[in-house]
Design a protein around this ligand. Structure first.
Ligand SMILES: [Zn+2]
Length: 403
């Protein structure tokens, strides 16, 4: 009896564990390691205005990040795709992203309204991206820890062949330091507010480092039958159609704003619906002669203009209107409004640039042959050690007569 117990509950689990860690370690072999250059904040005499071409009557409601039951229930998802669509359609969403882990939906496939998006990332670090418009799902991942080089490798990899990349819930990513935002590049948008985490300060860190990135506010819902997960983080996109290609253009331009929304109705659908129909919205966002003017349709408790380092440049109380003259020392400015009913509103940054590529990506990661070699050597040693332990465990005699 004792022999069977030892084999079933000690030897076999140890073998499985060692096999898993050995295979996992092999994902790190030959992975490129970089030296990271210091970033340059936004600079230049020109100013990029993401709202330069908007039509104030064309704001469309969107959520790009929602899960349903998938992969036999292994991943976190508690509703069906039909239930998910019904819930968002019930609140008049124009864009409903079905973004399961490592899987693209077939919903609307073959039409110009197909929204091809999935959430990439299956390692324990929870370094996740929404990948828009990829030909197929990529499984490349680092299952255990992820340093800066590993994260940059993933961003480079998922970006290839995709239309857009969202850096999901940075605050929720294990081991992600605020300063990492200074160096990572290769994404278009940041999920600055989501059902998982508020990451606006990390967005400011990226903006203060000169990384052009726009807001996405997503529910990241996992079971839409739980009403508190629905319509809590909303993105409004300025676009006059619901075609995927038009959506991508608008997202790339940054013609969006995000809302953090309270749990209106506390489970009561009708209250939630009514409150979501009357969310605050901008009547005008204009930038002329270095002056930003924002007119909202209802009074906010406070409106703040935020600049370099995440510092407040202007705070206006009890108003629906602000004006801010962009100062020579302002690298970027973005605006937030807080309303008495608990809604927070986040506008995209206006930022400085030179040349004719305001949205160009800084390349800060430079391949280091020596570091890559050393790194691979360490992982090779780790793999050999694990294989040796595996051999020892398999060969270890279990003899019940020993007691
Ligand atoms: Zn995620």
């Amino acid at each position: 009896m004792k022999k069977i117990f030892l084999i079933l509950f000690v030897k076999i689990p140890l073998i499985i564990l060692l096999l898993a860690t050995t295979i996992g370690s092999s994902f790190y072999l030959f992975s490129p390691i970089y030296n990271f250059e210091e970033p340059s904040p936004f600079a230049g005499s020109k100013i990029y205005n993401p709202y330069g071409a908007i039509d104030s009557t064309q704001w469309k409601r969107a959520n790009f990040h929602a899960h349903h039951r998938m992969w036999g229930g292994v991943t976190n998802g508690g509703c069906s795709e039909e239930e998910l669509l019904k819930a968002y359609n019930g609140l008049n969403y124009d864009f409903i992203g079905i973004s399961n882990y490592q899987h693209m939906t077939d919903y609307n496939k073959g039409t110009e309204f197909y929204l091809p998006v999935y959430e990439h990332g299956w390692g324990i670090a929870k370094f996740h991206q929404l990948v828009f418009g990829a030909e197929k799902v990529t499984w490349k991942e680092y299952p255990f820890f992820m340093g800066l080089s590993e994260k940059q490798n993933i961003l480079n990899h998922v970006h290839e062949g995709a239309d857009l990349i969202v850096f999901n819930h940075p605050r929720f990513t294990r081991g992600l330091k605020k300063e990492d935002m200074r160096y990572l590049t290769g994404y278009n948008m940041i999920e600055a507010v989501s059902g998982m985490a508020s990451s606006a300060d990390l967005w400011d860190e990226a903006l203060s480092s000169g990384h052009a990135s726009f807001i996405v506010a997503n529910d990241d819902s996992h079971n839409i039958n739980k009403l508190y997960q629905l319509a809590r983080n909303v993105t409004f996109v300025n676009v006059n159609s619901t075609k995927y290609t038009d959506l991508v253009d608008a997202l790339k331009r940054g013609s969006t704003y995000g809302l953090k929304v309270p749990n209106f109705g506390d489970g009561d659908w009708n209250i939630k619906k009514a409150q979501n129909d009357s969310l605050p919205r901008p009547l005008e966002i204009a930038f002329t002669n270095d002056t930003l003017r924002i007119q909202l349709d209802q009074k906010a408790d406070s409106i703040r203009v935020i600049g370099q380092g995440g510092n407040a440049k202007l705070v206006a109380k009890d108003t629906a209107y602000i004006e801010y003259v962009m100062q020579p020392e302002d690298t970027y400015i973005r605006t937030e409004a807080r309303f008495a009913n608990g809604v927070d509103m986040y506008f995209n940054p206006l930022f400085r640039y030179t040349g004719d590529q305001p949205l160009a990506t800084q390349v800060l990661a430079h391949y280091s042959f020596v570091k890559t070699l050393l790194y691979s050597f360490v992982w090779l040693l780790a793999i050999l050690l694990q294989l040796f332990l595996l051999y020892k465990v398999i060969a270890f005699p279990i003899n019940s007569k020993r007691r």
